[in-house]
Design a protein around this ligand. Structure first.
Ligand SMILES: C[S@@+](CC[C@H](N)C(=O)[O-])C[C@H]1O[C@@H](n2cnc3c(N)ncnc32)[C@H](O)[C@@H]1O
Length: 486
């Protein structure tokens, strides 16, 4: 069947694919741009919700396949939620229809199975009291009715399943992890994507994660330990806009100092007047211990003191919150772990990360289910949290800085994914467009798997958008960026 489409050919890139949900996730239709013809196998079920994108944005218009009268109907629609007026105004300014939040209760819940537990699927179904529907487009993911609670289930507590939205899984899949990759997750907490990265890497490569929130990063550490995924990981409490540590491609630099157990104390070098008489050169990391004996606690306290000493001389911008036994840290001197803060571009080009995920801080307006929960928590609380003035004014510049620093740490030939769970153009296409203007050796690349995903094209070539109406998932924007040699 042919559809009347109202966007101009300028708005679509040749080869761009638009998906429309048709009842259930596994059965969606596609509309393809071929020359000047658009074809589909199913009728366009509902209009996209981005009905009033601001003129500056290049996001595909929602007016696809609709008449003017139908658009008028959407424009006058509001949500069933009694949103504060300030939020309605903000949605309007960003071209978003409040009615998208009405989909909150219809969205399925998604889980990811821990690799290797597929044969337990019927016992997991019994435990959850619900059938699981396998997602044909995303390996390891299943959907189930939204009312099923997973956190109290035995399968969850035993680490057989993860609660994770399918769109988040797509962002990780878009990275195209290969065995032996050294991966950086720059905004990692609370760790859903981090765990998937670790599962995909299995027992090869390394995984470095940073986040600026201590309690959220601690939650990520708990997740890694719970699912037995930490052995190749390092977690740093750090600002992702300045983090400068490269992957440990070559293992510990000072093997000969590797202690039998605990933390060594071969003290040889002074940092002079800034630190009093603190000597830190040869203090080396032993194996990570969750629970410690009194002797180990004393040693850990001493290590912390040494790390703080590095802070005082400006040698450390991050705090190591966790490291696994195969992360390369064990046996390293404290100073060596934090040495590379004056990272040189040429060094990163060769020794940088193979893959970087920048799942940036954002306004989270695309987390439909999360926002609907304020129905119970109170809309005053929502307004206070959402419209945190400092956050609102600086969010796009933070996103650009995170993206730029993630790219700086990427090696030439490497892949970076920029994603946010905001539906706005400002936090997605505009940030990427600004970034591409600055970074001449960055190039947007197609996400190959996306042709099978129930997502829409984003407003920049090769970018994609998940949203509740089109994809039956939470909102997520994904851009895949390649680093060329300069
Ligand atoms: C969208 S959440 C990340 C979700 C995470 N990737 C996951 O899958 O569970 C964004 C995170 O960015 C962190 N963040 C905010 N500013 C940051 C900064 N300057 N550096 C690093 N992390 C930052 C927040 O603490 C938050 O945990």
């Amino acid at each position: 069947m042919h559809l009347a489409l109202r966007f101009s050919t300028k708005q679509l890139m040749p080869g761009c694919v638009i998906h429309s949900r048709f009842n259930i996730l596994t059965s969606y239709s596609t509309v393809r741009f071929v020359g000047n013809n658009y074809r589909t196998t199913n009728t366009w079920r509902r209009s996209c919700f981005l009905s009033r994108q601001p003129a500056s944005g290049t996001v595909l218009s929602s007016t696809v396949g609709r008449t003017m009268d139908e658009d008028a109907e959407i424009d006058s629609k509001s949500s069933k939620f009694p949103f504060p007026q300030v939020f309605l105004d903000w949605l309007s300014q960003n071209g978003l229809d409040p009615a998208i939040y009405d989909a909150a209760n219809d969205l399925p819940r998604y889980i990811r199975l821990k690799p290797g537990t597929e044969e337990d699927i019927s016992s997991i179904e019994d435990d959850l009291g619900s059938e699981l529907s396998k997602l044909s487009w995303l390996p390891g993911f299943y959907s189930l009715p939204s009312e099923v609670q997973i956190a109290s289930s035995r399968s969850y507590q035993e680490g057989k399943i993860y609660g994770m939205d399918a769109a988040s899984g797509a962002a990780v899949a878009a990275l195209g992890i290969s065995p032996e990759d050294h991966v950086l997750d720059l905004c990692a907490a609370p760790g859903a994507k981090l765990c998937m990265l670790a599962d995909v890497l299995k027992d090869s490569g390394t995984l470095t994660a940073t986040d600026i929130s201590q309690h959220r990063l601690a939650a990520s550490r708990t997740m890694l330990i719970k699912y037995g995924l930490g052995s190749r990981c390092r977690l740093f409490l750090a600002d992702g806009t300045t983090f400068s540590l490269l992957p440990l491609r070559h293992g510990p630099k000072v093997e000969e100092d590797k202690p039998e157990a605990g933390i060594g104390e071969d003290i040889t070098r002074s940092y002079g007047k800034h630190t009093g008489s603190v000597y830190v050169n040869s203090l080396v990391y032993g194996e990570w211990k969750g629970t410690k004996t009194a002797k180990e606690k004393k040693a850990a306290k001493r290590l912390k003191y040494m790390e703080d000493a590095l802070d005082r001389v400006g040698g450390r911008e991050s705090e190591l919150m966790f490291y696994g036994k195969d992360s390369g840290i064990v046996g390293m001197k404290v100073v060596d772990v934090f040495r590379s803060s004056s990272l040189r571009e040429e060094e990163a080009a060769v020794d940088g990360y193979d893959k970087v995920l920048v799942d940036a801080e954002c306004t989270h307006d695309g987390s439909i289910k999360h926002i609907s929960k304020y129905e119970q928590w109170g809309w005053d609380t929502f307004e206070r949290r959402f419209f945190n003035a400092e956050r609102m004014t600086s969010i796009t510049s933070l996103q650009l800085q995170l993206l730029r620093n993630g790219f700086r740490l990427l090696k030439v030939g490497g892949t970076l994914i920029y994603s946010t769970c905001s539906l706005t153009v400002a936090q997605n296409e505009d940030v990427v467009r600004n970034f591409l203007r600055i970074e001449r050796n960055a190039e947007l690349r197609e996400i190959r798997d996306a042709k099978n995903w129930p997502c829409r094209s984003g407003g920049l070539p090769c970018t994609v958008r998940f949203d509740p109406i089109t994809s039956n998932t939470s909102g997520l924007f994904i851009a895949r960026i390649h680093k060329l040699s300069s």
